[in-house]
Design a protein around this ligand. Structure first.
Ligand SMILES: Cc1cc2nc3c(=O)[nH]c(=O)nc-3n(C[C@H](O)[C@H](O)[C@H](O)COP(=O)(O)O)c2cc1C
Length: 376
């Protein structure tokens, strides 16, 4: 069997293959952050031959909301909708987790962060930083940090209650935990800022709270912004320390990404693979790597080389919901006829899909992808 399609296990989680749909928010929840029909249809459509789906970043409290129709996980009343979403994805044999996040200084209306500094590196939804330039983020005090850590923990419990197989803490892409970790956005002089160890204090406190809330057996992932890719920012060397510290406090899998102000890099397929390659010898927990992967051949090569344990495929899956299926057929050397035949069957199956949902699925996608690329 091709390495890409071999099963993998994290704690008690059995994942059927190594392809991960990474978190990708499309701003299609309700204004209150509840699961919508569009969301369910969007994920359901992408379950074919994918091993794991990490549902998009969901805000843990209203202060940390990043965009108007972001998915939320800040209140127990949202659990029933999340339960339906998790169950729908699991029905197709896919392992499913959800990413929990606080936008910090990138929040839609209420920016807050480690320091009260307007950072040119942090973009807010809809270019809000331009119109509200003078609104400095509120500096978070110790009491606020405690509350936020508790909100993360509560959100993680909700994910668990809703039936998600695991929870992922968002520590990348310029969101709050990345803001604490990065010297470009953290100018504090207390125990939460200064040295690398201190900048890691708050992210680690959040992980510890989450771990306590979900118990020792529930898998907790961490999306690490492992390389700011900017002068004076965090380097991959710093992230070796960060990855080891995350493992030490009970993170079960590190989902690697980077770029405090943009996670897309033009260039070769698998542009963040170097992160996994560097960190791999220093930790024992599994690594996911995402970035620019467009072909099954590249994904397979990354797994075969042992550089990462799982590969994230984002935009390629947004653009073609059957990406994993088609790439599998190609890798297995299935004939064009076979491909057509199987696709024909798929089309027949999809005739049962209500017209309205299918149409809206393709309509919103093109419009939103461009705008949201810089926003999560
Ligand atoms: C529309 C869109 C929304 C995204 N939302 C999130 C998100 O909610 N959380 C996150 O960690 N990354 C988010 N990302 C980043 C992706 O998870 C991924 O890291 C990035 O797209 C690079 O992978 P790719 O080249 O395979 O697309 C988003 C990306 C896109 C394109």
């Amino acid at each position: 069997m091709l390495p890409l399609f071999t099963p993998f296990q994290i704690k008690n989680l059995k994942i059927r293959n190594r392809i991960v749909m990474p978190p990708m928010a499309l701003d299609i929840a309700t204004e209150d952050g509840a699961v919508s029909h569009k969301i369910i249809e969007h994920y359901r459509a992408r379950t074919r031959d994918v091993g794991m789906i990490i549902v998009e970043h969901s805000y843990i409290n209203p202060i940390g909301k990043a965009h108007p129709c972001q998915l939320g996980i800040y209140d127990d009343s949202l659990i029933p909708g999340l339960e339906i979403l998790a169950a729908e994805i699991k029905k197709y044999g896919v392992t499913v987790g959800i990413q929990i996040s606080h936008a910090g200084a990138r929040a839609l209306d209420t920016p807050s962060g480690p320091s009260s500094v307007q950072s040119k590196y942090l973009k807010r939804f809809g270019g809000k930083e331009k119109t509200s330039y003078r609104v400095l983020p509120k500096k978070l005090e110790h009491e606020d940090l405690k509350e936020i850590a508790i909100d993360f923990a509560r959100a993680a419990r909700r994910a668990q209650k809703a039936g998600f197989d695991f929870v992922e803490i968002h520590g990348a892409h310029g969101y709050l935990l990345n803001q604490f970790y990065s010297p470009l956005t953290n100018f504090r002089h207390d125990e939460y800022g200064g040295s690398l160890e201190r900048r890691l204090t708050f992210p680690l406190e959040v992980v510890k709270r989450v771990r306590r809330a979900v118990g020792k057996d529930y898998p907790v992932f961490y999306r690490l912004g492992a390389d700011d890719r900017l002068p004076d920012g965090n380097t991959l060397q710093d992230s070796i320390t960060a990855a080891q510290a995350l493992e030490a406090v009970g993170v079960d899998c590190i989902d690697l990404s980077g770029g405090i102000s943009g996670y897309i890099k033009k260039g070769e397929e698998g542009f963040f693979t170097y992160m996994a390659e560097t960190i791999r010898p220093y930790v024992n927990i599994p690594l996911i790597v995402t970035g620019g992967i467009k072909t099954g051949a590249k994904a397979n090569e990354i797994i075969e080389s042992g550089k990462a344990d799982l590969v994230g495929v984002g935009r390629a899956l947004l653009q073609d919901k059957d990406w994993a299926y088609k790439e599998r057929l190609k890798l297995e050397g299935k004939s064009e006829e076979k491909l057509d035949e199987e696709l024909e069957e798929k089309l027949d199956e999809s005739k049962s899909c209500p017209k309205e949902t299918c149409e809206s699925d393709s309509l919103y996608m093109d419009d939103l992808v461009e705008e949201l690329e810089i926003s999560h």
